[in-house]
Ligand binder design. Sequence first.
Ligand code: DC
Length: 230
Amino acid sequence: MEANSIAIDGPSGAGKSTLAKMLARHLGIIYVDTGALYRTVGLRALERGADAKDAAQVTALLEEISIEMRHDAYGGQRVILNGEDVTDKIRSPTASVYASDVSAHPAVRSFLLDMQRSMAKKYDVVMDGRDIGTVIMPDAGVKLFLTASPEVRAQRRFAELCERGVETTYESVLRDINYRDDNDRARASAPLRKPEGAIEVDTSEIGLEASFEQLRDIISERLKVKNDRT
Ligand code: DC
């Protein structure tokens, strides 16, 4: 299925999940948010009082974790942790930082690998994350790398959190974004980087609709060229 699937990578707050959802709806395929899986492991670490940076503590937690993803036809995804729907809980700023910390451990990455690969094998998907084009779907039909300046990403995330009623400040959101950028890029296991063959789109100066149109056109062009060749 990978040949018709879309891999979207990039740093936090570049607009990946919103745009991926819009693209999945447009293409009539499933959207898979892989960050939600790391967030779920991060949430477990947080709730159990574990040190998210400690590989042994986090690895031990994996034995008591069962994660299920549920997808609807409209680009929605729910995440179930040991029978509890944690879709909303995993969005807190603290869970974001825990997600980034736990994602550096190879045991966590391999624990979540099968779920992601089996989705990519079974269905045409739009999947977003940090290692989708490099590790999970290296043969994706189209690979995109979305970026934006840290300030713009922090501004967008701040607005989103305010809208959800989360109490925070722009400065603290920017600090978290910079922390996660460094963490996600510097880790040894599947670090964030632009995948080979990926098209980079910087969304700093363009709004959501224009970004969507640009990506939609890149995808249809790329898939057409690929299908014409085969
Ligand atoms: O996309 P997100 O912000 O919800 O992801 C949360 C964290 O999970 C992110 O800081 C790094 C990690 N992550 C990852 O390591 N690999 C992925 N494919 C997706 C997310």
